[in-house]
Design a protein. Sequence first.
Length: 249
Amino acid sequence: VGTLYVVATPIGNLQDLTVRARDVLSRVTLLAAEDTRVSSGLMRHIGAQPRMLAVHEHNERAAAEKLLQHLQAGEDVALVSDAGTPGISDPGARVVAAMHQAGVRVEPLPGPSAVVTALSASGFERTAFRFIGFLPPKHNARLEAIRALSDATELLVLYEAPHRILDCMQDLLTGLGAAREVVVCRELTKTFETIRRGTLGELLPWMQADPNQQRGEFVIVLDGAPERVSEGLEEEQERVLQILLAELP
Ligand code: SAM
């Protein structure tokens, strides 16, 4: 039985392809790719010519069946998405689940992912984060989703497309307030990479004023809501205060 390699690929800068990814992509004879045209470019870049099978949102189950046949016949397969890590706001989960079910070995090759790249450059000290991926595309549903997240104390990581970035920032400001700290990461690892930190109240007008800041791919990292002092702690503080008051002259 072959192995399914889940291979992360660059999110912009081709030099971010790992040595191991290059080795595996050059060696496998079958590539499961989100969009075969996109992956052909990467294969050309490394001089590899595997056969390709498209695995996208609409055919993932059927594609998993086909891949399983090849793996069970002893062929190794690499799974890639258009950019970054498969399965992270990208197809891949169904294929991987099918392999687990069939007892096929799944070997991940770590590498670029926009979520971790953005977090590493955000400078927030909290450890816990919630990866949201894409919010709903329509205004009402998006604002509702944002409001439902407004009390979360973890960092929030969002993906957004250029044609919705302004509307999304506007809804974030409405739902979370102008004082919420945010880091906007645009075009990570690419020529026009921009990483800017401020409050929503500062960054929305900055983005509105410059059409260049509305182009490309975006990750938005938001600080979490302030931790609420728990009631238990308030009671404890009250108890200590009473003791201190009783002892004070
Ligand atoms: N699987 C990918 C990953 O591991 O990050 C994510 C795929 S998702 C369909 C594409 C979204 O990821 C983009 O709309 C954008 O929000 C984010 N993204 C991908 N590459 C990026 C980059 N170079 N800079 C900023 N955001 C990026």
